[in-house]
Design a protein around this ligand. Structure first.
Ligand code: DX5
Ligand code: ZN
Length: 228
């Protein structure tokens, strides 16, 4: 993975057909997705359950590019090795998931993956200040994690601006997760975000047998973000 701050669209397979993940990953990449965002939920840290490392390993061969694994689980540390072995390029854990997020970031890099740290909407930018020299990505949740299709929380745009200033020249991506569509993408892009996760706004209207709407949706989000 090389670093740059160009806009990257990362469709979340939380909005894909769960019976067809391999074909869905191939379809979104063929339609212009830059990264594939994989939402892991445990029914404990968040009130929903998705899947674990075995599913990540199963979909890995169907993804040519970056597999971006977002862990909404607590505890995190016992599972890092398994997600790294499953082929995650980036593993993101939440600052709220436990008392030792610094150790978690060390463990992710130690396992050979890029390290991401995520902030829930109520958590301040300052919560990651002392992690900035050991992370590759900061994920700003613009909804409360757990479900796709929620409304974008506008107060988070200011947090993105603060993070962008704190990050300075460091090679750290700012990722936005939740409620991203062509109306909200320009707000966060202008504030300094470069990775835009989108679930419902990418998958709406399309399917594996009719993937063209995925492409149109991805292009609309990218164009709005680049114009913003
Ligand atoms: C929320 C997940 C998101 C979610 C985004 O807990 O982390 O990745 O799937 O979905 P949309 O784009 O529909 O808000
Ligand atoms: Zn996510």
């Amino acid at each position: 993975m090389t670093f740059d701050r160009s806009i990257k669209i990362a469709p979340s397979i939380l909005s894909a057909d769960f019976a067809n993940f391999g074909a869905e990953c191939q379809a979104i990449e063929a339609q212009g997705a830059d990264w594939v965002h994989v939402d892991v939920m445990d029914g404990h840290f968040v009130p929903n359950i998705t899947f674990g490392p075995a599913t990540c390993a199963a979909i890995r061969p169907h993804i040519k590019g970056v597999m971006d694994v977002h862990l909404m689980i607590a505890p995190v540390d016992p599972y890092i090795e398994a997600f790294a072995k499953a082929g995650a390029d980036i593993i993101t854990a939440h600052v709220e998931a436990g008392p030792h997020i610094h150790r978690t970031m060390q463990a992710i890099r130690g396992a050979g993956a890029k390290a991401g740290v995520a902030l829930n909407p109520a958590s301040p930018a300052a919560a990651v200040e002392y992690l900035l020299d050991m992370v590759d990505l900061v994920c700003v949740m613009t909804v409360n994690p757990g479900f796709g299709g929620q409304k974008f929380i506008h107060s988070q745009v200011e947090k993105v601006r603060q993070l962008r200033a704190m990050i300075g020249d460091r090679p750290i991506h700012i990722e936005i997760d939740g409620g991203v569509d062509p109306t909200t993408a320009p707000l966060v892009a202008a504030a300094g975000a470069d990775v835009l996760v989108a679930g419902s706004a990418v998958f709406r209207g399309g399917s594996v047998s009719d993937p063209a709407p995925y492409g149109a949706n991805i292009r609309a989000i990218r164009a709005a973000a680049e114009a913003g």
